[in-house]
Design a protein around this ligand. Structure first.
Ligand code: FAD
Length: 558
């Protein structure tokens, strides 16, 4: 145990670590605070790195958010870079530190220790993975190396392969295309952005197609092809070969838990360091935050890893305060709210998708609406596809996903905020949101989705999932003949086409005893038709969620 003022030692000096250190200082002017970082830089903007490679953030210095010098001067932090913590001796409360490059080792006692060592990119153990031109992106050194390679490749060499179509993979694909690379994305799963539900990411896929980014799904990487040590392409498990002089590995991350494991700290079910609501580990004098830690996640109500910057910064801040003062607020449950831009499209999500709910054994229903981000009569209106996942029993909102050109961030953030307060779909239906034509609609897409869910809960209009098997149903398409000709309903052989405005006059063409599914463009006229039929003796009438538009994404045309 050290003597003198409280000594707080922090392992890792970026998102979680820098937040912990500066909060600790603001709460305790007397404490000795040592920030240990194994690399050259502290407190840099990991999230901005793809955009420097792509040239959208031209000034590299802008990514160095707070330099070691600033942290020393303003916060009187003892910042030690090139200092890797290699061991924690919990009994004597001492960490061992290896200095780079001379590799000398020294020991430093702590009163409180905060672990924010982050995560490391997954690098598969495959032939050719060490070739020149193969990179993963985690820190400034990686970024510099990738940017140099991007600058150096010329002419026909400007071909890149991004492995993994998750958030970072998509950002890198977009930014490499901006640097005039011919870009291919390889994804083991069946679609881009695997955390989201399949039909929700179709607009992203279409955007990638428009931007000439090629995509390869459903087959993993088998080996990296190289010529005299320089990468020249990849081979997939299905035998396909793709040329490229630059390969970016965006296959996810592994939490850096070696130190914690060796120190005997408890590791949670998802492989992160187990923590309580004050970010204390199984040793109350040791805290953990960021990509290496687990958080209480909602709506699962489980401890899980969420490798995102927001939770890392908030949890780091709380850990710093608790370590410095012995008290703090509790870490709020994490929803995993995330967003990505892919050229002119944005995709975002919060909480549970339908597939995640199924995996977790949580019963759910979902509604999807396709509606303008602002009033349709105002210039530049573009559709947002918004899906809300909720509990059929209580109406509690379990999650949301959205894709679109504009306004996706606002909808997902509003819903994430509502979820933080335990909102139901009825609460969403009643939200008083700001509206004028350039910004939204008097009935926002959030309201429309919530109204639909409430209608379903109140027995006023059941929805049928966009990918449902329509055999056995009387399918009624209530669009105009012109609309139907342009985009027929997919995955169905027999359809009765009756425009909604003619439905009352032509109702005798339909059999009220048959289960009936109504389809329109996006589901709005379908609900009107559904209400007409339900009030005229039809017993079982459902509305196809998201109409023919969503159906065509969920069940592609053959
Ligand atoms: C390219 C990229 C883009 C991203 N974009 C987004 C985004 O848009 N939105 C989002 O929410 N998240 C994004 N993230 C994720 C986000 O950056 C991380 O979730 C966040 O940085 C995690 O914070 P952390 O403190 O746990 O780890 P880090 O910020 O990675 O910091 C960990 C630090 O600990 C150091 N370290 C590790 N072991 C030791 C040791 N033994 N001794 C000393 N130092 C050690 C490491 O060198 C590292 O600098 C992105 C990540 C990357 C790589």
């Amino acid at each position: 145990m050290s003597t003198g003022p409280l000594r707080i030692v922090i392992v890792g000096g970026v998102a979680g670590g820098a937040s912990a250190a500066t909060r600790a200082r603001r709460m305790n002017e007397q404490a000795e605070i040592v920030l240990l970082e194994k690399d050259e830089f502290v407190s840099f903007a990991n999230c901005g790195m793809p955009y420097h490679i792509g040239g959208e953030i031209p000034d590299r210095a802008k990514l160095l958010v707070a330099t070691a010098d600033l942290l020393r001067k303003r916060f009187r932090l003892d910042v030690r870079t090139h200092s890797e913590v290699i061991q924690i001796d919990r009994a004597s409360k001492v960490v061992s530190i290896r200095k780079w490059p001379d590799k000398s080792v020294y020991h430093l006692p702590y009163d409180k220790l905060i672990l924010t060592p982050g995560a490391s990119p997954i690098v598969p153990n495959l032939d050719g993975v060490g070739s020149t031109g193969v990179f993963a992106l985690r820190n400034i050194a990686d970024m510099d190396r990738i940017r140099s390679a991007v600058d150096a490749l010329t002419g026909t060499q400007r071909k890149a392969i991004v492995i993994g179509a998750g958030f970072i993979g998509l950002e890198m694909a977009e930014q490499l295309a901006a640097r005039n690379f011919d870009v291919a994305i390889v994804e083991l799963q069946a679609h881009v952005l695997p955390p989201m539900d399949a039909e929700m990411v179709v607009p992203l896929q279409e955007e990638l197609n428009r931007e000439n980014v090629r995509t390869y799904f459903g087959s993993g990487l088998s080996r990296i092809l190289h010529d005299k040590g320089q990468v020249v392409g990849v081979e997939l498990e299905n035998g396909a070969r793709i040329d490229g002089h630059l390969v970016i590995l965006g296959m996810g991350v592994r939490p850096n838990t070696k130190l914690a494991i060796e120190a005997g700290l408890e590791i949670g079910k998802t492989g992160g360091i187990a923590t309580n609501r004050f970010q204390q580990t199984s040793d109350p004098d040791i805290y953990a935050a960021g990509d290496a830690a687990e958080y209480l996640c909602h709506p699962q109500n489980q401890q899980m890893r969420v490798p995102l910057a927001g939770p890392a910064n908030r949890a780091g801040r709380l850990a710093g305060e608790h370590a410095a003062t012995g008290k703090s607020a509790e870490m709020s449950p994490v929803l995993g709210t995330a967003i990505v831009r892919v050229f002119h499209q944005t995709a975002a999500m919060t909480g549970l998708t339908v597939k995640a709910a199924k995996r977790a054994g949580i019963e759910c229903r979902s509604v999807t609406v396709i509606a303008g981000q602002h009033a349709g009569y105002f210039p530049d209106a573009h559709p947002i596809t918004l899906k809300i996942v909720y509990s059929p029993e209580t109406g509690k909102v379990l999650g949301a996903q959205a894709t679109g050109r504009d306004g996706v961030d606002k909808r997902i953030d509003v819903i994430a905020t509502a979820m933080a307060f335990g909102a139901t779909v009825r609460d969403l239906a009643g939200l008083d949101l700001a509206y004028a034509p350039p910004f939204g609609s008097a009935k926002d897409p959030i309201h429309q989705a919530a109204f639909t869910a409430c209608n379903e809960m109140d027995g006023l209009g059941s929805m049928l999932d966009a990918d449902a098997d329509l055999s056995g149903w009387q399918v009624v398409d209530v669009r105009t003949p012109g609309e139907i000709a342009k985009a027929p309903i997919t995955g169905v052989s027999k359809v009765s086409a009756i425009p909604v405005d003619d439905l009352r006059n032509r109702i005798l063409e339909l059999d009220p005893a048959k289960p009936t599914v109504i389809c329109c463009g996006v589901g709005v006229r379908g609900h009107v038709a559904q209400r007409i039929l339900l009030q005229r003796g039809f017993r079982n009438v459902v509305n196809l969620s998201g109409g023919a538009t969503l159906r065509r994404r969920a069940v592609p045309e053959k």
